[in-house]
Write a protein that binds this ligand. Structure first.
Ligand SMILES: [Zn+2]
Length: 125
């Protein structure tokens, strides 16, 4: 007889097992649409909406890279609804990610490790 699932053992919400939920999913798994560049605090972040070619869900991707600093590249990618994606602006992208129950992240800043997290993350150099 199996024990009831504890809170910690529950899978995170909105997970379907699709490839797009992996931090290591390649860009070729998505159709990307540029949202623009977020210049907040000089970040010049690249903001895109990515649609998974397999399950067709939308992801908001936020990416920074500081040429003056090695291993500064980092990105975050979180689910976004069709409605929110339609009204998304570069400046609102970080707020959207911070409000999610989880999002994916990775990049050279994290030694190339990709994972899943929630809450604000450091975007400055
Ligand atoms: Zn998918």
């Amino acid at each position: 007889m199996s024990a009831p699932m504890t809170e910690a053992a529950k899978p995170p919400p909105h997970m379907t097992g699709c490839i797009c939920e992996q931090g290591s999913a390649r860009f070729t798994e998505f159709d990307a649409r540029p949202v623009g560049c977020d210049e907040t605090e000089g970040r010049f972040a690249d903001v895109t909406i990515n649609r998974c070619r397999t399950c067709h869900r939308l992801w908001l991707r936020y990416l920074v890279e500081y040429e003056a600093f090695s291993r500064s590249g980092r990105w975050a990618r979180g689910l976004i609804s069709e409605e929110a994606a339609a009204g998304m602006t570069p400046e609102r992208a970080v707020d959207h990610l911070n409000g999610l129950e989880w999002y994916l992240y990775g990049g050279s800043y994290f030694d190339g490790i990709a994972g899943r997290r929630s809450g604000p993350m450091r975007w400055g150099p």
